[in-house]
Design a protein around this ligand. Sequence first.
Ligand code: 3SK
Length: 534
Amino acid sequence: ELNYPARLNCAAELLDHAAGARVALRGEHASWTYDQLRAQVDRIAHVLRGPLALETGNRVLLRGTNTPLMAACVLAVIKAGCIAVPTMPLLRARELGAIAGKAKVDAVLCAQSLRAELDAVELPPAARTRTVYFGGAGHDSLSPDSPESLEALMAAQPAQFAAADTALDDICLISFTSGTTGIPKGTMHFHRDVLAICDCFPRSVLGSRADDIFIGTPPLAFTFGLGGLLLFPLRVGACAVLLEKATPEMLLAAIAAHRATVCFTAPTFYRQMAALIGACDPASRRSVSAGGAWAPGFRYDLSTLRRSVSAGEALPTATRDAWRSATGLEMIDGIGATELLHIFISAADGNVRPGATGKPVPGYQACVLDYDGRPVGPGVIGRLAVKGPTGCRYLDDPRQADYVLDGWNLTGDAYETDADGYFYYRSRTDDMIISAGYNIAGPEVEDALLRHPAVAECGVVGRADEQRGQIVEAHVVLKADVVPSAELVAQLQDFVKSQIAPYKYPRAVRFLASLPRTETGKLQRFKLRLPGVG
Ligand code: 3SK
């Protein structure tokens, strides 16, 4: 049971309990204790309420990579009683403009390194005059007394700010998702939602602790990253390492350098990291796999890592297996949604069952419904419905009525349960391929293809077909040095037939240089379905 006081400011709650001298955030250029983070947040909150003249409930667009200052901006907006509207760093001017307009933002805090795209946006006039920049370096930095410089404005402010007196169900965050369809939706979340996600998955599945060092790749603008790399660590007084950019190799090196204990990233990253570890000297790799001490000469010391969380996309069993054999770690898979803020089905340790995402995270309920909204039993694929302390509230969007039915959130995922109550992801509801009367889940075919040594990445969709209604079409990215050929197509088809029911094999196979993905790494299958693709 989650009980929060009627008057609640979640940013103050997260910041105010941890021991001041402990390190809260480590970035590439700054490392802050809890006391230092609080002081930065408070100065920014003063800037918002003072020089920028914002009022409670005003909306502030945030644009920045994962840095301590960006994290402080998010917390400051909320502590000041305003509403944070974080945006993904790679968004272009047109997308930023659509978000700024839809959210009717009143101000903007933007990283200096990302300002070029923002400067091309037509912002609401009040927001344009209240746009400030932070975090430049070298020739990129603003002069220390520029009225546009957040740091210059902060320097004139006191280091203590009394948190705005907000209610537990005041909105503090509007998180945008373009989902896999490309049309952005704003999801609104309360102060109590922010604490609820910290008090559900991290407590009952992850088991986060004050001595943890969190690390990972999802942007703070994606609620997967906001939770895993800022809110969850703060809730237990732990430390988070914020990486401005990371390749799989850089993440492995950073885990080792920071002695990280908890990693949050997406399945494709784990797959690539497992491949890099696999390429190391096998003798030294074995000592890491045994969960033991780091072997000298081994390139990546992962001996401190105790938790690896995968979400943002379905986890292929092949990837789970590859990560386990490379590191000895059992991955914690989870499904979350921007609409529900964070992970609501997951499993860890002895509760992991092969192929299953897990069970509802304590605090959440889940069931599988047929297309008439009736619950179906184990072994039947249907629509996932979820209920819990967080839920979908779209900002001014008719799609609200499709998402929430009788208090249940219909996430758009096709799931199946087993007799023990485990939930198995099958596909997005609109990714089910119906071919000659067979229901085929694209991700199952993808998992089979990923086991072939020539395949680096793949996406499987249905393509309209006169005879079969649809056929299974695989879009395959080959590993470096593998040459596409008709023989390879036949080999891949035979391989899939040897792994899963033969009627599921891809009748069409196309080779691509890369797959279309959202900024959060989700495969955009709708793009693979466009005419002329492949
Ligand atoms: O979108 C997702 O898949 C997700 C996963 C975990 C936590 C949060 C989100 C939005």
